[in-house]
Design a protein around this ligand. Structure first.
Ligand code: NAD
Length: 494
């Protein structure tokens, strides 16, 4: 059993209450670790340390180049411990080790990207409209940042927040999901090795409704960066209003994947599977909502039923596993509930829709496994089409015209990402402009990289992570104006 602590003000500590949380391997439903159950008071101690380090410590006198070097070093440390971190992530989340290794490569790149960007910002000189004056714009770190992350990509999501915040010169309190804290604990150990001064990096393990809520409400926190569900996002917006914190929110998505009649069918159909079944569909940008032109519908369904029937569901550490378990029993029950709703709504269950059959998969009965699932006959007024199921469930809708496809794709409260498949250059121009999503993929799906911004339109979030914008989220903008010709104006009371 792994036993770990929280990191506050440069020290590894237990929770003040002495209570702990058990961390479970979702592939076997066995306890693998014990971490402190931090609550509001633990979060307050971490906030006080981060405040002191920001206001008084040596951190505020580090140059951007020195900060960049430390952030880049974290990238090197992630690469050095790539295998160990990937295995820890798979143990904690259930995803295949291959997927976790991809995550670690991305994460090393994220730290290096922001490390290199740290000293490239040169502000701006403005052509002042006032004679004998100068005007310049400088960027300064926002301050103390609370960073709350979800369970689906624990270290990847933490790194999207940690790397730019530290490169910008902020101090941070990370709060990983209480379900999957292990790799965030490990990266905090590596941050210690990289040499960040005391109080700059803090990490509290504990539930959202106590530790997370304190970070969102506390007036000594200047910015809250949150990735998670939309309902939690709403609570955080309210909690952050007390001191009008800066907010960066990455919320859910229900992402249409549209196949037009002139698509390269074989590639598009294959990508329907890639778009959904990585990490058992527990991806904010999963292309779970497939929309297909009626002329290709039957061919697509036949193709998908055949391929879905051959997906190898299993334990994330087994070499031939293609899809691992869901994260928890609660989440498994939520996905099952949606399958029931889909059937009540009149959608047709083509394949899957259940836990693995005990006769066929006796080894998968303890973990939180769910078979890949396909619904056809779906319409955009159905709950299974509109709501985020966050599991291995595809819904298929038919359409006749381009206008209809775009109108229906946009008919969602979410706006994270969308993709479409066509060979027509004019259609590419029209449809990419018409779709109201933060990312639009053409002839591809689920591609993101560090250099380009990521985030949502509408209720999928506020602000952007990644790219240069991801760094700007952690910067205040200051205009500095100087008058070179000081003399009285003699305007009032003369
Ligand atoms: P969640 O909202 O339940 O929890 C996310 C985090 O918020 C956890 O650390 C949790 O402890 C904390 N939290 C819970 N209640 C809180 C409160 N009242 N105050 C402060 N913090 C609180 O989400 P989840 O189930 O862990 O993650 C799945 C969700 O994350 C999905 O909706 C998914 O779409 C979303 N997500 C979005 C992106 C993106 O880039 N937009 C990326 C990954 C995941």
């Amino acid at each position: 059993m792994i036993k770990k602590k929280m990191f506050i003000d440069g020290k590894w500590v237990d929770s003040l209450s002495g209570k702990t949380i058990q961390i479970v391997d979702p592939g076997k439903n066995e306890a693998i670790a014990e971490v402190p159950l931090g609550d509001r008071e633990d979060a307050r101690r971490a906030i006080a340390a981060a405040r002191k380090a920001f206001d008084e410590g040596e951190w505020k006198n580090t140059t951007p180049t020195e900060r960049g070097r430390m952030v880049s070093m974290l990238g090197d440390l992630v690469e050095k411990h790539r295998q160990e971190l990937a295995e820890l992530e798979s143990l904690d989340t259930g995803k295949t080790v291959t997927e976790s290794l991809w995550d670690m490569d991305d994460i090393a790149g994220i730290f290096r990207y922001y490390g290199e960007l740290a000293d490239k910002d040169s502000g701006e000189i403005i052509a002042s409209p006032v004679p004998n004056s100068s005007s310049m714009v400088v960027h300064e770190p926002v301050g103390v940042c609370g960073q709350i992350s979800p369970w689906n990509y624990p270290l990847l999501q933490a790194s999207w927040k940690m790397a730019p915040a530290l490169a910008a010169g902020c101090t941070i309190i990370m709060k990983p999901s209480e379900i999957t804290p292990l790799t965030t604990i490990r990266i905090t150990e590596l941050a210690q090795e990289a040499g960040f001064p005391r109080g700059v990096v803090n990490m509290v393990t504990g539930p959202g409704y106590t530790a997370g809520a304190e970070l969102s409400e506390n007036h000594d926190v200047d910015l809250i960066s949150f990735t998670g569900g939309i309902e939690t996002g709403r609570k955080i917006i309210k909690a952050a209003s007390g001191n009008v914190k800066k907010l960066a929110l990455e919320l859910g998505g229900k992402n249409p994947n549209i196949i037009f009649e002139d698509a390269d069918f074989d590639t598009a159909a294959d990508y329907v599977l890639n778009g959904v079944f990585f990490h058992a569909g527990q991806i904010c940008s999963a292309g779970a909502r497939v929309m297909v032109h009626s002329s290709l519908h039957d061919r697509l369904v036949k193709f998908l039923v055949d391929r879905i029937g051959r997906i190898k569901v299993g334990y994330g550490f087994d070499k031939d596993t293609q899809m691992g378990p869901l994260i928890s029993r609660d989440h498994l029950e939520k996905v099952e509930k949606y399958v029931g709703i889909g059937q009540q709504e009149g959608a047709r269950l083509e394949i899957g829709g259940a836990r693995p059959d005990p006769a066929k998969y006796p080894e998968l009965q303890k973990g939180f496994y769910f078979m890949p699932t396909l619904f056809t006959g779906c319409t955009n007024d159905m709950k299974i089409v509109q709501e985020e199921i966050f599991g291995p469930v595809i819904t298929i809708e038919k359409f006749e015209t381009e206008d209809e496809a775009v109108r229906r794709a946009n008919d969602t409260v979410y706006g994270l990402s969308a993709g479409f498949w066509t060979r027509d250059p004019d259609r590419i121009g029209r449809v990419s402009k018409a779709l109201k999503f933060g990312t639009v993929w053409i002839n591809d799906f689920n591609v993101y990289f560090t250099q380009a911004p990521w985030g949502g339109y509408k209720q999928s979030g506020i602000g952007r992570e990644l790219g240069k914008t991801g760094l700007e989220e952690y910067m205040e903008i200051k205009h500095i104006y100087q008058n070179y010709d000081t003399k009285p104006l003699n305007w009032f009371g003369k």
